[in-house]
Design a protein around this ligand. Structure first.
Ligand code: NAD
Length: 300
């Protein structure tokens, strides 16, 4: 199959592309603007494959999107391109609205036009898979419960609100135009090529450098974590075999508080990197608590 992936130079998109090109015969077209979050090092293993095609441009550019669709004629679209860092969305929401909402709209419109141009057999094969987040559901007040696909949307940050908007657009394009779509909402990912500003790599790097480990508020915010390569496999499964119009939640059933994550990292580093920076005997002495982020969800 020919799979067009947006945001394939990012953390999760690159895991999907590595998995597809190292384990299957599918062809992959990667459309990525290469923002600060795009990292071509994550694709070094597969960049020379004759089944891999990279197109560097912004998904908000409809003309370039149409050109790419006409050139490659994809059978599946997996849409991962997004602004994804919550803290950045609080400081500057503009790019989040632009890429996550307007970019998704442009991609839906180009996909719809392309899908309408196909013959019946190819129209039946085509899938538009939107990759989203569990943050669209907002704060899970009952700490014992889990989100389901029927949990009402209640986003808290500009990031999650922009992703929720994109989810709604995708659903509307399915209901109104019958575009064959699937949506997945996943919890926090961790693993190789995670951007260093995210919690786990940030804490590892700061510990090794002997810098303070800033934890928001009391650190009791609970997140579910999933290994990125497991997420990549789940995404491929849904893109290939998911029921049209369906939403699938994806999680690791590994909910843990932020402070526990940071302490675990410290204790693992005590074991694996025992040459502590001057003045401390355990990395957990570097933990400090800083003002909580506005709108910070307690659990998702
Ligand atoms: P990321 O920030 O690591 O990567 C995003 C990629 O999209 C980058 O390569 C970037 O260059 C590209 N991009 C951004 N704006 C673009 C634009 N306008 N045009 C073209 N390319 C653009 O993100 P990620 O962590 O890999 O997340 C991928 C998707 O999965 C996102 O949609 C995110 O909302 C979702 N998601 C992420 C997580 C997580 O824990 N990281 C969890 C659930 C869902």
């Amino acid at each position: 199959m020919r799979i067009l992936i947006t945001g394939g130079a990012g953390f999760i998109g690159s895991a999907v592309i590595r998995h597809l090109l190292l384990n299957t015969n599918h062809e992959v077209i990667n459309i990525d603007k290469l923002t600060y979050a795009g990292n071509l090092e994550s694709l070094k293993q597969i960049e020379k494959s004759n089944k891999y095609f990279l197109e560097v441009f912004d998904i908000c550019n409809r003309q370039l999107l149409e050109k790419a669709f006409n050139k490659y004629k994809p059978q599946i679209v997996m849409h991962l391109a997004a602004e994804s860092h919550v803290d950045r969305s609080v400081d500057n929401p503009n790019d989040f609205i632009q890429t996550n909402i307007f970019g998704t709209f442009q991609l839906l419109e180009v996909s719809r036009k392309f899908w309408n141009s196909l013959d019946l057999v190819k129209r039946k094969e085509f899938r538009f898979h939107h990759v989203s987040t569990d943050e669209v559901y907002g704060d899970l007040r009952n700490l014992e419960s889990l989100f389901t696909e029927d949990t009402p949307y209640n986003p808290s940050s500009p990031y999650s609100a922009s992703k929720a908007s994109a989810d709604h657009l995708v659903r509307a394009w399915h209901k109104t135009y019958e575009l064959p779509t699937v949506i997945t909402n996943c919890s926090n990912n961790y693993g190789p090529f995670h951007f260093p500003e995210k919690l786990i790599p940030l804490m590892i790097i700061k510990s090794i450098q002997g810098n303070n480990l800033p934890v928001y508020g009391n650190g009791n915010q609970i997140r579910d974590w999933l290994y990125v390569e497991d997420h990549a496999k789940a995404l491929i499964k849904v893109a290939m075999g998911g029921s049209i119009g369906e939403t699938y939640n994806i999680g690791g059933k590994s909910a843990i508080s932020n402070i526990e994550v940071v302490k675990s990292i410290c204790h693992l580093l005590d074991e694996f990197s025992p040459n502590h920076p001057k003045g401390i005997s355990s990395y957990d002495e570097l933990i400090i608590h800083v003002d909580d982020r506005p709108g910070h969800d307690l659990k998702y």
